[in-house]
Design a protein around this ligand. Sequence first.
Ligand code: CUA
Length: 339
Amino acid sequence: MNTRPLKLAATFLIPAMAFGLDEKRIANMFDPQATPADEVVKISILTLLICGAIFAIVAGLLAYIIFKFRRRPGDDAAEPPQVYGSNQIEIAWTVIPLLIVFVLIMVTARVVSAVQNKGLPANALHATVIGHQWWWELRYPELGIVTANELHVPVSSTDGGLPTVLTLQSVDVIHSFWIAQLAGKTDVIPNRDNHMWIDPREPGIYFGNCAEYCGTQHANMLIRVIVHPKAEFDAWVANEKKPAVNDPAVAQGRATFESLSCVNCHAIRGTVAAGAFGPDLTHIMNRQVIASGALTNTPEHLRAWIHDPDQAKPGSLMPAMQLSDAEVDQIVSYLETLK
Ligand code: CUA
């Protein structure tokens, strides 16, 4: 199917809706880059066409009738004849919508079953995505890696690249995981494991967002999927598996960090910091963003974030620790070594 007109329309419409976001964070669902997303786009286009046709017919008839039967000079004020009980019309307006709904149900069921029942290779990569207010914890149980907000996966290609199977969990409320170019939305529900899979065809960065209202910072619960060529992915894995860098040059910063209650919420592998409430910071400097995408990962943003999280992300569950500028500088200099 030729999707170029839709892509063009989306190119103009989506930036208008997503004002304030930089262009690269805009995810265009009409430009799918993985099998589940291909299926979602096909069904979306069909639904859009059907709904568009219904809208055109209803709005067209309405406009025609409003014009044709408008009040004219000399009309008397009496009501026109009222028609009751036309079997033909009633059958038509019952049967036609039923047929349309039936077609949509069948097409949807076919797509849902094709995506869910797809036989995936037994050695596919597994990752667990855990929704928190308001960030994403990412675990790779087989690899012993814990990270946050940026899901790294290998590219799935015809030459043996593997898809990634995601298990979705929530520690608090219902979230929804949506990377528009890779797959449909899947709800992330407390006390329940949901599953989905992706097989991105092209290396690159794919942007997504929590898609279920989950509280104050729902809109800043961004996620990015970083798709690597296989060798690059392996290098990322090898680095993430290492414990945190211990650079003696920032011993003062590390001591400050460890003396504060930061360690009750954040883990830095190989140190006393072992909290699980906030993101794991073991390799934080390898991440592009902090605060689940609210800020890019620069020393200035780290400083501002630690000084007062509420400033960047009002309602954030990370408290302002009332630190002096010197303490914030020490902590940031320590964090900057965690590559
Ligand atoms: Cu999490 Cu909306």
